[in-house]
Ligand binder design. Structure first.
Ligand code: ZN
Length: 380
């Protein structure tokens, strides 16, 4: 700016020069600032018009509840869906383990708690959990249908007491309806023994794997009434059917595949033999499967083999070593979160598995025991 002020030699002139300089500099700065602001506003407009997207992942924590289910979904917009709560008792072990991942995810409440069905390894942890965190809305399939089982009835009644005490918001799950999470589509495909009538968008082709798949008689327990859903985030597709049984899988998959192919299979029923029919597993052809088994619950050789031999599988991950699987039917140690003998009840153990799922289908699976991740690139 000096060049504006070089031709004023006298003292009075210098004063005039200083005043001029001040005015000129101020004007220049104002113009520069205005130009910069306009540029920034234009850039902002362009950014809004052509956003540079660095897609955030869907994050899923598979909490170790020793052979029950508790799976925390955290959406890219930071909404949360917790599927089931593990067992009661054990000094609140399962609620503590859920709380650990809730904190890690940076959450201070749960938006939706979905109870797949009223067996005690799924609904049992509710009374402990609500003491530790605020849950905004509960989702379930309606009344308990297994009233002859006292443990199931008791779990259901305790859950009803919690709903009444909290005056909680409640959604009755119905096949075909969606869970209102933004940025992704979460469609309920089974509830209270019913399944969707029509195929999901993009699905509905005849399923060749029905032909050689044996049928099984209808399940009469709460398992077959599990609320199941398919979550789609961009191209990424994940299925979680709770403990839905073989007969209901066939309703979803035969003669046409109403679900379509999946990137991720949250292995039904802890990998126990009454679920994971070949018609279902081969039909959805997951790239990655994650099994919430305990050491002494789930992880049966039949489902294990079906998953390992399915057409697109890259890896099956297990929350625990499976005693039932033995030497022949367990994955390698890096893919197991809790090794043989890791069943600790005091809340100090319980390694989890975390999945990051991107909208292009890229997956990253992390084992909290080994602190190692494995990346599965998006399918070409
Ligand atoms: Zn179960």
């Amino acid at each position: 700016m000096d060049h504006l002020c070089q031709s004023y030699p006298s003292r009075a002139s210098r004063r005039r020069r200083d005043v001029f300089c001040f005015a000129a500099c101020a004007a220049f700065l104002w113009m520069s600032a205005s130009a910069a602001l306009a540029q920034a506003q234009n850039a902002g407009a362009n950014f809004r018009k052509h956003p540079v997207t660095f897609a955030k992942p869907l994050t899923v924590y598979f909490v170790d509840v020793e052979g029950g289910q508790s799976t925390l979904f955290v959406t890219p917009s930071h909404q949360s869906l917790l599927v089931d709560t593990g067992w009661p008792d054990n000094d609140g072990r399962d609620a503590n383990r859920i709380l650990q991942v809730v904190k890690q995810a940076g959450l201070d409440h749960i938006d939706y708690l979905l109870i797949t069905h009223f067996h005690v390894d799924h609904v049992g942890g509710v009374p402990n959990l609500v003491k530790k965190m605020h849950i905004k809305t509960f989702i379930d399939h309606g009344p308990n249908r297994e009233t002859t089982e006292s443990a199931t009835e008791q779990g259901f009644e305790r859950y009803q007491t919690v709903l009444a005490q909290l005056h909680a918001k409640h959604i009755l799950a119905k096949p075909g309806e969606t869970i209102p999470l933004t940025g992704l589509t979460t469609t309920i495909v089974s509830a209270d023994g019913d399944t969707i009538d029509t195929a999901l968008p993009g699905a509905g082709e005849p399923n060749p794997y029905c032909k050689n798949c044996p049928t099984r008689p209808p399940d009469k327990t709460e398992n077959g009434r599990s609320v199941g859903f398919v979550m789609q985030y961009g191209k990424m597709r994940l299925v979680d059917l709770g403990d839905l049984t073989w007969d209901k899988e066939m309703h979803l998959m035969c003669p046409v595949n109403k679900l379509g192919e999946m990137d991720v299979y949250v292995v039904s029923h802890h990998g126990w033999y009454p679920s994971s029919s070949p018609a279902f597993v081969d039909g959805i052809a997951p790239r990655v499967a994650i099994m919430d088994n305990g050491e002494k619950k789930g992880g049966s050789p039949g489902p294990w083999e079906t998953i390992e031999k399915s057409p697109r599988i890259k890896n099956l991950w297990q929350l625990h070593y499976s005693a039932e699987g033995g030497a022949q039917h367990n994955v390698a140690a890096p893919y197991i979160a809790n090794l043989q003998g890791a069943n600790v009840k005091d809340g100090s153990d319980g390694h989890y598995i975390r999945l990051l799922a991107y909208p292009n289908g890229k997956l990253v699976v992390f084992n909290s025991r080994t602190q190692q991740s494995k990346t599965y690139p998006a399918p070409q």
